[in-house]
Ligand binder design. Sequence first.
Ligand SMILES: *Cc1c(COP(=O)(O)O)cnc(C)c1O
Length: 362
Amino acid sequence: MTGFPEHLLREDLRDFTGYSSARTSAPGTATPARIWLNANESGHPSSVDVDGTSRRYPDPQPSALVDAFADLWATTPDRVVVGRGSDEMIELLVRALCRPGGDGVVVTPPTFGMYAVSARLHGSPVVDVPQVDDGLTWRIDTEAVAAAAVSAGARLVFLASPGNPTASVVPLRQVSDLAERLSDRAVVVVDEAYGEFASQRSAVTLLEEHPNLVVLRTLSKAHGLAGLRVGLALVHPDLAVVLRRVQAPYPVPVPVTELALRALTPEALEATRQRVGGTLRLRDRAVRALRDLDGVRAIYASEANFLLVRCDDADRLLDVLTADGIVVRDMRHLPGLDDALRITIGTDLEMTALDRALGDPS
Ligand SMILES: *Cc1c(COP(=O)(O)O)cnc(C)c1O
């Protein structure tokens, strides 16, 4: 396997080994450890946790969960880093690759706000390379992204595919092209938070080919577990080691690991696929209803569980929906989207309520 381009890592952290927790520093003696008195945990379970499941600090990277994700993505456990949602993965990437106050981060607006938030909190300059709006979908300008990354000396490029709020995918050959062009310059991150809804296969299939490629996935969207806070990065094994070092100790609580593992059983995954199918059908239905509505200017093609809609009078539409207790996301604060709303595809009942509120008598 080609190595990860080491010079992309923060110079000042190259010899940093991170916090050595009671779980990371197990003794290497011949006699198996049987009495654990090294972490100042209670010797007794809590009265609210009678079987003591949560008595001890968890494994920083719970191996059963890491293995389950590796299986799901047909990759090896050494490429998996799990944590508190993809949000934490974004933060770890910025932390591991950008010198504070130094190396920049390229984002492609309109896009997910957390990339710029993490960069700013770290003191990293954010370089915007706007997407091209062709009226039905949004497109990344590969040429411009590569040029901006090089001229800004950026260490990270964030792409969301399917994008939020664009709902468009970045074609895999474009991801591959960008990773190739920036192979010794920057890490290219493909955030696939909505990957389960997309028709294109995952960029995970390109990881072997591109050491500087990272794919983010989450249990927050299609899996229906946003409150669990579990996300993961699929990365080059050398980068995985570094990300784990800069991560806070014990990021995945014991009850969270248990529920996440249950979400990854074949039965639960099949149920998730069924739900995704239902969401796609409701999305098509919502498109048909909105298309016929007066004042709707454009509905972007969606590869996700939401629709990005432009309207003549967003205030009026918002008023109508609010009066019915229906909340959608106002996107008008984003550049180029001063007439746009983002509508999540909910349950059948919720979507019927939306149709009714919008004046569909059916
Ligand atoms: C919702 C969303 C996420 C999810 O973040 P989590 O921290 O995993 O909940 C990540 N990226 C994008 C583009 C999103 O829209």
